[in-house]
Design a protein around this ligand. Structure first.
Ligand SMILES: Cc1cc2nc3c(=O)[nH]c(=O)nc-3n(C[C@H](O)[C@H](O)[C@H](O)COP(=O)(O)OP(=O)(O)OC[C@H]3O[C@@H](n4cnc5c(N)ncnc54)[C@H](O)[C@@H]3O)c2cc1C
Length: 750
C-alpha cells in the first residue's frame, strides 16, 4: 500500500491540486486560453482528492496542515481518480472546451519511492551539450513551488540548467543599497545553498553560480556554454539594480544579440502592479493609501493559482561550470586583526530555518487551528511575535510564493479570522506599486517639497539608536533583537522608527539605511515605504501616537521580551521594567541596575518626548510654509500624480493625506479656489535638489529662514545626548560585544 508521506505532503497537495483538478495551475502567460473552470470557491481547491479521501459527510479540512493530515490517511490506490487528468479536465474535453497547455503536459506525479529525477542518458536525445532551457534564478524567487520559470522549463521537456548570477560591480553601483555585507545577503547565501540542495535531492540538478562584471555578461556566457536556446526567469519588481527591471532588460538585450530567446514570468506579487490604476474620481481614501489601491486590485484579474513543484526536470549531459557559492562572498564575515573571524551570522542561523521547507512549515503552523492567525487581530502588537506569521524573509527572497500563501490563507478562512492579516499581502503589493511610481523613493521624499526639512545631525544619538542603547527598553530590546536575529516585529519597528524620526528628529533615511543593513527581510519597497511614512514624507504619513515610554506596557505586558534582550534590566519589577528611569534608587540597586555613565544601562537619549515631538512637528510645518504652492486650501499636501497611477488624474496636482497637526492655517494655499487638488500642471513636482537639499539625508543648513534657525537651535539643545552616553551599555551581553566589535571592524574598513 502506497501512502501519502507527510514529508511530501506539500508537493502531494500541489500535485493533487494540479493533476487532479487540472485547474490550479492557471498561469495566463503559460496557458494559451485560460481554462474556464478555474475554481472560484475555497472549497474547490484540492476537492477531488479530498472528496475521495473523506468519509461521507465529514467536514472538509482547510489549509495545508489540515489537508496534509487528511492526505496522510489516504490510501492513494483507492482514490478513484486517474492521476494526472482531472475530472474538471475531462468535463472540459467532453464539453468541447479548449485544453490547457499545462493539463496537456502533466507529468507522472512524484512519489516518495520514485524521486522524479530524469537521468542524464535520457536527455541525450535532447541534443549535444544539452541545449534546452536555462533557468536564471533571482534573489527573489528561490523556491521550487510556484516557480513559473522552472515550471515552464519542465514543460519543454528539454534539459534544464539552473544558474544564479552575481555581479559585484552592479551590486556596488547600488551605493548604500548594495546587498553585499548586509544580513539580507547572508540570508540570500543560505537560501541559494538550500535551494541547491533541494534541486539535487529532488531532480539531480545543481545551481551553477556564475559571477561576472555584469549579470548580462554572466548569463549570456552561461547560456552559450550550455547551448540553451532559451533563458527563463522571473520578472523583477524593483526598478534598478541586479534584482531590477534594468537587469532583466540588459539580459534580454544581450541574449537577443546571440539569438537566444528570453521569457520572464511574474510570481513575486499577487498582482501585476504596473497595471493597477486607482480611481481618484470616487472618494475611497487618499491617493497611495491602502483603500483605493485595494479597491483597484479588486478590478484586476484574480490572483493566479500557484503552480506546483515540477514533477521532473531533465538533467543536462554536461553540467555547467560553477564558481561555487562562497566565491560570491555573500556570507563573508569580518576578520579580526588576529585572523579570527567575527561570525555575526550564528544567531541568525539559530533563529531561522533558511529553507523552503522552513518557509512552508512556518506558514502551515501559522494558519493551522490554534496557530497565530486566530490571535492576529488582537495580538499582533505583542513583541513576542506569538500572533504574527514571522514569514517576511521567506517572502522577501521568494522562498515562499505570495500566491500560494494567498490561496492557503483563503482556504484557512483568514479573511474571517483577521481582516488585518488578510490585507497584509495587499500592503506588500502596495509598496511595490509605490516603488514603481516613485522609483527614487528609497532616497528621496515622495513629497518632494519635504526635502528641505531640517533634521538633527546628532550622530551620537543615531549610534545609540542603532546599538539599542537609547534608554527606552522596548526600543533597545527591538534594536538588539534586530542586530542579533535580523528581524523584529512590526510594532517594535514602529516605535523604534517613531523614536528616531519624531523624537530624535533624525532623518528617516538613516533608519532605512540601518534596516537595510540589518534586516534579513530588508525589502527595497516595503522598507522605503514604511520609513517614508514614519518620516512623514510618504503617501500614508503616519498619524498615530506610539510612545517609546509607554509602548512597552502594551507590546510586552509580561516583560519577557525586554528581559531577554536587555538582561541587565531583568531583575527589575515588571511595573518598572519598561520605565527604569522611574525606579527609586534602592530598587535599581537591588535589581543590579545602574543608569547612566559608568552604569550598565543608559539614561534616556532624550527625556522630554512631548517637546521633542512638537519640535519635529515644527520642522515639518516650517518647511511646509516655505512651499505653500504644494498645499491646498485646506492645508493638505499636493503631489503631481505619476503617469500610469490613476484612471483619470495622472499628471495633475492632487491632494494627499496630511496629518491634521501639519495642516496649519498658514500653509493653506489655494487663493480662494474651492478645490486646489485637481489642478493640471505641465510637469512633475519640484525635485528635491530644487528645494535646498539633495534629498540624501542631512540638510546643509545654508540659506535657511529664521524659522529654520529657531528649529535648529531647539534641536541643538535637546538632542545633545553625549553627556548621558559616556559609557553606554556595559551590559556584558555577548550581543553588545559583538556589536561593538562589528562597529569597530566596519569603521576600520571604511
Ligand atoms: C520602519 C519599518 C520598516 C519595515 N521594513 C520592512 C522590510 O524591509 N521588509 C519587510 O518585509 N517588512 C518591513 N516592514 C513591515 C513589517 O514590519 C514586516 O513585514 C513584518 O513585521 C514582518 O513580520 P511578519 O512576517 O510576522 O508579518 P505579518 O504581520 O505576519 O504579515 C505577513 C506578511 O505581510 C507583509 N507585510 C506585513 N506588514 C506589512 C507592511 N506594513 N507593508 C508591507 N507588507 C507588509 C510581509 O511580507 C509580512 O511577512 C517594516 C515596517 C516598519 C515599521
Amino acid at each position: 500500500m502506497r501512502r501519502w508521506n507527510r514529508a511530501l505532503a506539500k508537493s502531494s497537495i500541489d500535485s493533487a491540486a494540479i493533476d487532479l483538478t487540472g485547474t490550479c495551475v492557471y498561469e495566463p502567460s503559460l496557458v494559451a486560453a485560460p481554462v474556464t473552470t478555474v475554481p472560484t470557491r475555497d472549497d474547490d481547491l484540492h476537492s477531488p482528492v479530498l472528496a475521495a479521501a473523506l468519509p461521507e459527510g465529514a467536514p472538509r479540512p482547510r489549509g495545508i496542515s489540515a489537508v496534509a493530515a487528511t492526505l496522510d490517511a489516504v490510501d492513494v490506490q483507492k482514490v478513484p481518480i486517474q492521476p494526472r487528468v482531472s475530472r474538471a479536465f475531462h468535463a472540459n474535453v467532453r464539453g468541447g472546451l479548449r485544453r490547457s497547455a499545462l493539463a496537456a503536459s502533466s507529468h507522472p506525479p512524484a512519489t516518495p519511492s520514485q524521486p522524479a529525477v530524469a537521468s542524464s542518458t535520457a536527455c541525450s536525445a535532447a541534443g549535444g551539450l544539452g541545449g534546452g532551457t536555462l533557468v536564471w534564478l533571482r534573489p527573489f524567487d528561490l523556491r521550487l513551488h510556484d516557480h513559473p520559470a522552472l515550471w515552464y522549463a519542465a514543460q519543454r521537456r528539454r534539459p534544464v540548467h539552473v544558474v544564479f548570477a552575481w555581479s559585484d560591480v552592479e551590486d556596488a553601483a547600488q551605493g548604500e543599497w548594495q546587498l553585499a555585507g548586509t544580513a539580507a545577503a547572508f540570508w540570500l547565501h543560505h537560501a541559494i545553498a538550500s535551494l541547491d540542495a533541494a534541486l539535487r535531492r529532488r531532480y539531480g540538478l545543481s545551481v551553477a553560480i556564475r559571477a561576472g562584471e555584469s549579470l548580462a555578461g554572466a548569463i549570456l556566457a552561461a547560456a552559450k556554454e550550455s547551448g540553451a536556446e532559451e533563458v527563463a526567469t522571473s520578472s523583477a519588481c524593483e526598478p534598478v539594480g541586479p534584482a531590477g527591471h534594468t537587469a532583466n532588460a540588459a539580459v534580454e538585450s544581450a541574449l537577443e544579440g546571440a539569438g537566444i530567446s528570453f521569457k520572464s514570468f511574474n510570481s513575486f506579487l499577487l498582482r501585476d502592479v504596473t497595471q493597477v490604476r486607482v480611481d481618484m474620481g470616487t472618494y475611497r481614501g487618499h491617493f497611495g493609501t491602502l483603500t483605493p489601491f485595494h479597491h483597484a486590485c479588486m478590478g484586476q484579474p484574480p490572483v493566479p493559482w500557484p503552480t506546483s513543484e515540477p514533477a521532473a526536470l531533465e538533467t543536462p549531459r554536461v553540467v555547467l561550470r560553477s564558481e561555487g557559492l562562497d566565491a560570491l562572498g555573500l556570507a563573508r564575515m569580518p576578520v579580526r586583526a588576529d585572523g579570527s573571524v567575527l561570525d555575526w551570522g550564528v544567531p541568525i542561523l539559530t533563529a531561522w530555518d533558511i529553507s523552503e521547507e522552513g518557509a512552508l512549515a512556518v506558514l502551515r503552523r501559522f494558519l493551522a487551528p490554534g496557530g497565530g492567525l486566530g490571535r492576529y487581530e488582537k495580538g499582533r502588537q505583542l513583541a513576542d511575535a506569538s500572533a504574527v506569521a514571522r514569514i517576511s524573509p521567506y517572502l522577501r527572497f521568494g522562498m515562499l510564493s505570495s500566491r500560494l500563501m494567498f490561496h492557503e490563507m483563503k482556504a484557512a478562512g483568514a479573511k474571517d479570522q483577521s481582516i488585518v492579516f488578510w490585507r497584509r499581502l495587499v500592503w506588500r503589493d502596495l509598496a511595490y506599486w509605490q516603488l514603481t511610481l516613485f522609483p527614487r523613493m528609497r532616497d528621496e521624499p515622495i513629497r518632494a517639497h519635504y526635502a528641505g526639512q531640517v533634521w538633527s545631525q546628532d550622530q551620537h544619538a543615531l549610534e545609540r539608536w542603532q546599538r539599542g542603547c537609547t534608554g527606552y527598553p522596548i526600543v533597545d530590546a527591538g534594536m538588539r533583537q534586530l542586530w542579533a536575529t535580523g528581524w523584529m516585529p512590526q510594532n517594535v519597528r514602529m516605535v523604534s522608527a517613531i523614536l528616531l524620526c519624531e523624537h530624535l528628529n533624525i532623518h528617516w533615511l538613516e533608519g532605512e539605511r540601518w534596516f537595510h543593513h540589518t534586516l534579513v527581510d530588508a525589502d527595497p519597497a516595503i522598507n522605503a515605504m514604511m520609513w517614508q511614512n514614519a518620516g512623514k514624507s510618504g503617501l500614508d504619513q503616519w498619524n498615530f501616537t506610539m510612545s517609546p515610554a509607554t509602548a512597552g506596557r502594551t507590546q510586552d505586558p509580561r516583560g519577557d521580551y525586554v528581559r531577554r534582550w536587555c538582561p541587565e534590566l531583568a531583575r527589575l519589577p515588571l511595573k518598572l521594567l519598561h520605565t527604569p528611569w522611574e525606579a527609586p534608587e534602592h530598587v535599581l540597586r537591588e535589581a543590579g541596575v545602574a543608569l547612566g555613565p559608568g552604569g550598565n544601562y543608559p539614561e534616556r537619549v532624550i527625556t522630554d518626548l512631548q517637546s521633542a515631538a512638537r519640535a519635529s512637528g515644527d520642522a515639518i510645518r516650517s518647511q511646509r510654509k516655505r512651499s505653500v504652492e504644494w498645499s491646498d486650501a485646506q492645508g493638505y499636501d499636493l503631489l503631481v500624480l505619476p503617469r500610469g497611477s490613476t484612471l483619470a488624474h495622472d499628471g495633475r496636482k492632487f491632494r494627499v493625506f496630511t496629518a491634521p497637526q501639519y495642516r496649519n492655517a498658514d500653509t493653506a494655499h489655494g487663493g480662494g479656489r474651492a478645490n486646489a487638488r485637481d489642478e493640471a500642471v505641465p510637469e512633475r513636482g519640484p525635485r528635491s535638489s530644487e528645494r535646498g537639499g539633495k534629498g540624501k539625508g542631512k540638510s546643509r543648513g545654508k540659506g535657511r529662514s529664521g524659522a529654520d534657525d529657531d528649529v535648529r537651535r531647539r534641536w541643538g539643545g535637546m538632542a545633545d545626548s553625549r553627556q548621558a552616553f559616556q559609557a553606554p551599555c556595559r551590559a556584558g551581553t555577548s550581543h553588545q560585544s559583538v556589536l561593538d566589535e562589528y562597529m569597530r571592524a566596519s569603521d576600520a574598513q571604511r
